[in-house]
Write a protein that binds this ligand. Structure first.
Ligand code: AMP
Length: 429
């Protein structure tokens, strides 16, 4: 038997209402903040991610799904969507049409990571990118949007962490300070961190390994070396969050190890999902558009993992979704028989007539296609949480009537078949 690829998941009908709920909330929220949806392709040229995310990142160096297509072009399934959005922004000259583009996306991403709870190989992210302004109000707005969504899902166990990486010159200068500090401790670092010492020294702060953490505990912090502008912007972010009532922690070890990341970075973590605790992460990337070949344009954004967020909701039992239901289930009273073809046809036509008229009247309904007994049809009606059942058949049908039953209180009434308006108004009431 062919199975799904490791690390991918079917989202089944029993779970879909959570996804719909989340997606509706996302669209409503982005509308509130005046962000427009953008949909970019699921695959792009590999070079886009190599440049847009950075060769030395885990994503590019070991997690991408990359393959050659039949024309020998190197293609990669998108591991995130910032690079794709920025590519589109440049290619479609969005900046020329609108000086500030506030964009959002929802979609599947692909990374060949070791699967575990909250970590998949095909997963879904939503995110936003604001391109065209250096204002720290936008950095703050990103955090506010993400927080608004998580709060509206009923999540409680949240921590907002923020940091500033300053401007590149300051960061380069700071890297030397950090290199100086680590020089004579380097041999005690883990192998991974020793590598990062040469390739991406800031990322040593990300290490979860005890020896590294011990050494990094006393390391000089970038936040103490910030330039005036970055300091001011960071203060704006802090004031904004305070003003709108979002609690936060400054986490000087929150680094994004890419050279074109600038100033604000943030993460929202949940205490309800185990080791993979980051629900979303983002920050400012004033140099990315230029890095990808566009006219220098400042940007800021975030991305959030939808499976992880839904896992947090499940663990906190924070979602109280109404059960799926349909308005009516039509029950065929007389089963099909060879003996009574005429009645069969009449009943069938009535079921077709009723169901299509109900649906046109915006009333959801269904009926049996398997020639099941009345009892079995009733079980179906209950399984679908039908509000009403309508019995079609029997003596009532011969008299030109239908029996309609309210399943929540058991009340039944007879109505004339031709009095469709009455049937509709009962079901709608
Ligand atoms: P990143 O693009 O790595 O900053 O990730 C942003 C968010 O996407 C994370 O905070 C997670 O919620 C989610 N995420 C990242 N990688 C995965 C994965 N492999 N499986 C599920 N969710 C993920």
């Amino acid at each position: 038997m062919i199975k799904a690829i490791t690390g991918t998941k079917d989202i089944l009908p029993v779970d879909i209402s959570k996804w719909h709920y989340l997606e509706n909330l996302l669209r409503e929220t982005f509308q509130l903040f005046n962000y427009k949806e953008i949909r970019t392709p699921i695959f792009e040229e590999t070079a886009l991610f190599a440049r847009g995310i950075g060769e030395e990142t885990d994503i590019v160096s070991k997690e991408m799904y990359t393959f050659k297509d039949r024309s020998e072009t190197s293609i990669t399934l998108r591991p995130e969507n910032t690079a794709g959005v920025v590519r589109s922004f440049i290619e479609q000259s969005l900046g020329a049409q609108q000086s500030l583009n506030k964009l959002y996306y929802i979609g599947a991403m692909f990374r060949q990571e070791r699967p575990q709870a909250g970590r998949l190989r095909q997963f879904h992210q939503f995110g936003a990118e604001a391109l065209g302004s250096t204002s720290p109000l936008l950095d703050s707005e990103m955090i506010q949007i993400a927080y608004h969504i998580l709060k509206n899902l009923g999540l409680k166990n949240l921590v907002v962490k923020i940091n500033s990486l300053g401007i590149p010159e300051v960061r380069e200068n700071y890297k030397n300070v950090l290199r100086d500090y680590l020089k004579d401790k380097k041999d005690n670092l883990s192998e991974e961190s020793r590598k990062r010492f040469d390739t991406n020294i800031l990322r040593i702060f990300d290490s979860k390994i005890e020896v590294d953490q011990q050494i990094m505990k006393d390391a000089p912090l970038l936040i103490d070396y910030l330039d005036e502008q970055s300091k001011n912007d960071f203060n704006v972010v802090k004031n904004y969050l305070t003003k709108v009532g979002i609690p936060f922690e400054v986490d000087p070890a929150l680094v994004r190890g890419l050279d074109y990341y600038t100033k604000t970075t943030f993460e929202i973590v949940s205490g309800s999902v185990g080791s993979q605790s980051a629900l979303c992460g983002g920050g400012r990337y004033d140099l990315l558009v230029e890095e990808l070949g566009g006219k220098a344009t400042p940007g800021v954004g975030f991305a959030a993992g939808m499976e992880r967020i839904l896992l947090a909701c499940e663990n906190e039992k924070s979602l109280n979704l109404p059960q799926d239901s349909i308005d009516a289930y039509l029950i065929r009273v007389d089963s099909k028989t060879e003996q009574n073809l005429e009645l069969d046809l009449k009943l069938e036509l009535e079921l077709i007539n009723l169901s299509s008229k109900l649906r046109q009247g915006n009333i959801s309904c269904d009926y049996d296609y398997l020639n099941r007994s009345i009892k079995a049809q009733m079980r179906e009606a209950n399984k679908f949480n039908a509000k009403y059942v309508v019995f079609v058949g029997g003596d009532e049908f011969n008299r030109g009537e239908l029996n309609i039953k309210n399943l929540s209180n058991g009340e039944q009434q007879l109505i004339k078949i031709e009095d469709f308006e009455k049937l509709k108004s009962i079901i709608k009431s």
